[in-house]
Design a protein. Sequence first.
Length: 277
Amino acid sequence: MTKQTHGKLNQLERLLPEGLLVDAAWLGRHGYSTGLRSQYVAAGWLQQPVRRVYQRPRGPLGWQQVVVSLQTLLARDLVVGGRTALELHGFAHYLQQQTTSVTLYGPDKPPTWLQDLDVGVRFAYRNDGRLFRQHRVSTAPHRLDAETGPHPGRPDSIVAQPWGPWRWPLMLSAPERAILELLDELPDQETFHQADMLMEGLSTLSPTRLQTLLADCRSVKVKRLFFFFADRHRHAWLKRLDRSVIDLGSGKRMLVKGGRLDAKHLITVPETFDGVQ
């Protein structure tokens, strides 16, 4: 091994922690040519889980490691949202089916190689601009050693959760944001029953954060669904929300074919659901 090769390997150990992955473009920016990458793979110093993606050898790859890699080393503004975020916040016991899909939210699509990775889940993507005008996704500061508290570079509806023995920051939607993201999936990807069970358990939501997100939310469907379920369970935070400044649109919204019209919220819901429990 030449002195230069040894120095580059030492640098790679500092830049790329075991358990995380990067793409060919990242290695190129850090001075690792195509030839050098091929040499490292042949020697077993790097592995390629899929084409043009690299990691240092270390056991099976989990989806959390992939997402942390995207958010930090690869500086992608993508967060875990919706159902999976609620699971990570401790509401998994309200969800009846095992997680097989992880939904990422952000302004730009994730890299195409993401779907080729064998990590036990399927990744889905949603553009966060469909739901929110101003409170767009940011995973700043894109650093593994970042504190998990609030950061001025991202909205407070995006939180960092320490993950794994290294306590790497895994960025995900706060529960107030995640429930709105989940409601956006009704009725095709999520069910009324699951949403109802989740809302029953969301007794500690922040009314301040909810007010901000509901006012910023573009989707009339999501906002009406939110108040439909909130009125069913009447948590204490509901009294502190000012509906008068939230645009709930006009006219009826048919969400369930053959359902009944909820007169208060002007949405069709399954026959089995009443507006208030």
